[in-house]
Design a protein. Structure first.
Length: 91
C-alpha cells in the first residue's frame, strides 16, 4: 500500500467511525478530525486526488476545501480551547 492509498484508507476509517451520525454530521466531524490532526502534506495528498474516498470522506474533503478550519464537532478536538493550557487526553 503506497502513502496515498494509506491516507485514503485512514480518511475512510475516520468517516466510518462517525457512521452513527447523519451523513453531513459525519462529514463535518471527519473534516474536523482531519483539520486538527493531519499534517498539511497529508491533507494536500488526499486533496490532490479524492479517488477511493467514501462518500462521507469525500464530503469531508470538500468541506475542508471550502473552509480549512471548520468548527469543532466533538470534544476530542476541543483540547486547550481558549485560555486553557496543560490539559491532556491521556486521562
Amino acid at each position: 500500500m503506497n502513502q496515498r492509498d494509506h491516507l485514503v484508507y485512514m480518511a475512510n476509517q475516520i468517516a466510518r467511525n462517525f457512521g452513527t451520525m447523519a451523513d453531513m454530521g459525519a462529514a463535518a466531524a471527519t473534516a474536523d478530525h482531519i483539520a486538527m490532526f493531519w499534517d498539511p502534506r497529508m491533507k494536500a495528498n488526499v486533496f490532490a486526488d479524492a479517488a477511493g474516498l467514501s462518500p462521507v470522506a469525500a464530503a469531508a474533503v470538500e468541506l475542508l476545501r471550502g473552509d480549512p478550519h471548520p468548527p469543532h464537532q466533538t470534544q476530542a478536538t476541543q483540547f486547550n480551547a481558549g485560555d486553557e493550557v496543560g490539559h491532556s487526553d491521556a486521562g
